[in-house]
Design a protein around this ligand. Structure first.
Ligand SMILES: Nc1nc2c(ncn2[C@@H]2O[C@H](COP(=O)(O)OP(=O)(O)OP(=O)(O)O)[C@@H](O)[C@H]2O)c(=O)[nH]1
Ligand SMILES: [Mg+2]
Length: 440
């Protein structure tokens, strides 16, 4: 979402750092460029102006021009202000049993999917979840949530009824009967906010008495998203915002202006259609990402949801014992694409222009990764376990079967041999020669 904004800001700071001694006019120029970057990211003029005035005040006050590394000092000040602008959120704590959450938003904003994602999130924290939907207007809506809920371990979908008030009562009853920790109530979306919709939401709120009301906002709707949020938060006590389609190419202005414009906290970012594609919003981590410092914490968290401790252990053991096969390689490639592919992973790591150049020069891309997976899938079981079988004719067959070229197959085998070599060296240097296969 922040790609263009982030790369502009990085360029500005690159120039600033390179210039060594800064003149006041250098800082002024940089601030002017940051203002343009903010506006191009769809941040409103008023918010962008205030941002620049605040940063300038700090920068002048701290005698940045005379400081040891003025470029870094300005970076630090902008970083701190970005955190303020994005606004840090209170963590979501499900303190008591029977915690109730109501999810509202415009049609198609991603409410139902977000209910499923929240259920998955709570379920991973060993909370028992009840879901329910008051969307009686779209025939498939209730079924959609029932199906999503069935994909989340231990989640109970409350029995449905014809009327909104009956559904609410049934949900509360299920929450009590199941002794569940959390109820998440989905609501119907409308194309526009109207009196009828607001009245219905108020009615649901009265019966449910939610602890939290989350507003789901699609960042792809740009400036409109802010107006929608303003309207909703005027009518309902919104306790948090869930931003969806953060994985798309929206320009980031919605996230950057939301707090300043509505005063509401952003609680979650949704980054895809998959139930695991949700993360807590952390202003500091996003500011880090924007300024190229990487977001190691989110990277590790993401990795943890896709790679279990046990799997990691198994891979290490295979590396130690020299039995790392093409099957293992394919499994790793698959995990990587589940994590969002190379681009997502690289974005979370500290920006290293050298590494990026190297990757570009070697043509490493998600395409190549998919190609490698196709090649491995075209191997027979025996070939996967013993790559030495892969003679010329077998390589030609695999290339034809995977729609690639023999050169592609050769390259992958070379890469695999390289990994085996590396593991061998690691075994000698790190694990010691006498280490047994099981790593005892
Ligand atoms: N790329 C992407 N797609 C999303 C995200 N969240 C939801 N979607 C997709 O957006 C579409 C609409 O999502 P829903 O959850 O049905 O939206 P809704 O707000 O419940 O829609 P209504 O009930 O019709 O108002 C679905 O195809 C989802 O898979 C997201 O974060 N990223
Ligand atoms: Mg829905």
């Amino acid at each position: 979402m922040f790609d263009a904004f982030s790369s502009r800001i990085l360029d500005i700071f690159d120039r600033l750092r390179r210039s060594g001694i800064l003149k006041e006019s250098d800082v002024d120029n940089a601030l002017r460029e940051i203002r343009i970057a903010l506006l191009e990211a769809d941040v409103s003029l008023e918010v962008a102006k205030k941002f620049i005035v605040d940063v300038k005040e700090k920068a002048v006050g701290r005698n940045v021009i005379q400081s040891v590394s003025p470029g870094q000092m300005v970076t630090k000040i902008v970083h701190d202000h970005l955190i303020d602008l994005l606004g840090e959120s209170r963590p979501l704590v499900v303190a008591a049993k029977s915690y109730k959450i109501m999810v509202v938003g415009l049609q198609g904003s991603g409410k139902t999917t977000s209910v499923g994602k929240l259920a998955r999130l709570f379920s991973r924290q060993n909370k028992k979840v009840v879901t329910s939907s008051t969307d009686i207007y779209r025939p498939a809506a209730i079924e959609q949530l029932r199906v999503l809920s069935s994909k989340v371990d231990g989640t109970v979908f409350a029995p449905s009824h014809d009327r909104v008030d009956e559904i609410c009562k049934s949900a509360l009853k299920t929450l009590e009967n199941e002794g569940a920790d959390v109820l998440i109530m989905d609501t119907a979306g409308r194309l526009h906010i109207d009196e009828v919709k607001m009245h219905e939401l108020q009615q649901i709120r009265q019966i449910i008495q939610p602890d939290e009301i989350f507003l789901v906002v699609d960042v792809m709707t740009g400036q409109d998203a802010l107006n929608i949020a303003k309207k909703f938060s005027g009518d309902l006590p919104i306790s948090g915002i869930i931003l969806t389609r953060v994985d798309g190419d929206a320009r980031g202005g919605v996230a950057l202006s939301m707090r300043a414009i509505t005063g509401c906290e952003i609680k979650f970012l949704c980054t895809g259609e998959h139930l695991d594609s949700i993360e807590f919003f952390h202003a500091e981590r996003i500011a880090d990402r924007l300024l190229g410092k990487g977001d190691i914490v989110s990277f590790v968290k993401k990795a943890q949801t896709h790679f279990s401790e046990e799997e990691a252990q198994k891979t290490v053991q295979k590396m130690q014992s020299g039995t790392f096969t093409f099957d293992d390689m394919a499994a790793q490639i698959e995990k990587m694409s589940q994590m969002g592919g190379l681009k997502t992973i690289l974005k979370m790591l500290p920006q290293n222009r050298e590494l990026n150049k190297l990757i570009e020069a070697n043509g490493v891309s998600d395409n190549m990764i998919t190609r490698n997976l196709a090649i491995i899938r075209s191997m027979t079981k025996k070939e996967k376990q013993n790559y030495k079988l892969l003679n010329g004719s077998r390589r030609r067959r695999i290339a034809a079967g995977s729609g690639t070229s023999v050169q592609d197959v050769n390259r992958l085998i070379k890469q695999y041999e390289g990994s085996l070599d590396l593991f061998k060296k690691m075994r000698k240097n790190i694990f010691g020669k006498n280490l047994s296969v099981s790593g005892r």
